[in-house]
Write a protein of this length. Structure first.
Length: 252
């Protein structure tokens, strides 16, 4: 089973933010334990007395308002975010990153979370179809942080498997999405950091975190399939997602 862990960064209702991002990492089921072990090791360096009480939540680390992050310098806190991302970057060759950045004002009247979820369901399904074409017949499962969108996203996932997305019927998912508490899942915490890195790249033009993981987004035929930048304001956008689609194969 291929597990795609997802989390979001940004708020659909915050007018001060231009973007909402849904993003995360796909790993084979047997690999999830390794991520947990690596982040537990990192947590031990931060709070030796209670490493399992450390939740890696990128925006909280960045803001340094809560324990244990409030006792760190800005550089130390930013180093923790990069360290979590480095764990993901240095993981298994088969791990693939996915993210969809939604420019909210480009989609008036639509929930950006729903736009991003539909996009990533289709991207993950196509990724699994490519693997299937190479002989890997494992199906996929989406695992997300608990949120107010749970009921809506479960309904949408069911519809994608019967009625389809705008790109076609989703055929390679084994079950409707699972929702878990991020505190209990190190891989959801990794997904949170990937989403945050992409959010900072698009919302704040801050690429210091994105650059750590830029090479790990799903790609094929010269196109970065795993990263989507959904916007209607800059047809000449030079970000990796937009540029690869202009110069890559037209079937992207």
């Amino acid at each position: 089973m291929h597990l795609l862990y997802l989390d979001d960064a940004g708020s659909a209702h915050n007018p001060a933010e231009e973007y909402l991002v849904l993003g995360g990492v796909s790993v084979f089921e047997a690999q999830a334990y390794w991520f947990t072990q690596e982040l537990d090791k990192l947590a031990t360096t931060i709070c030796p007395s209670d490493p399992h009480g450390v939740e890696f939540h990128a925006s909280e680390i960045f803001s340094r308002r809560k324990h244990p992050w409030k006792d760190m310098t800005r550089e130390e806190a930013q180093g923790v975010i990069k360290a979590v991302l480095a764990v993901a970057r240095n993981s298994f060759d088969t791990a693939r990153f996915f993210a969809c950045a939604i420019h909210k004002s480009s989609f008036p009247g639509r929930d950006p979370m729903e736009v991003a979820f539909e996009d990533l369901c289709s991207r993950f399904d196509r990724y699994l179809a490519r693997l299937r074409g190479d002989g890997d017949r494992q199906r996929g499962l989406l695992i997300l942080d608990e949120s107010a969108h749970e009921t809506t996203l479960q309904r949408m996932a069911l519809e994608f498997r019967t009625l389809g997305t705008k790109w076609g019927v989703v055929r390679n998912l084994a079950e409707t999405p699972l929702f878990v508490n991020s505190r209990a899942s190190r891989l959801v915490q990794v997904a949170d950091h990937i989403a945050y890195a992409v959010f900072r790249r698009y919302n704040a033009c801050d690429a210091r975190y994105f650059d750590v993981i830029a090479s790990r987004f799903d790609s094929s035929d010269g196109v970065v399939h795993g990263l989507a930048h959904k916007q209607l304001v800059d047809p000449s956008c030079m970000c990796p997602a937009c540029m690869s689609r202009r110069v890559g194969r037209p079937t992207a």
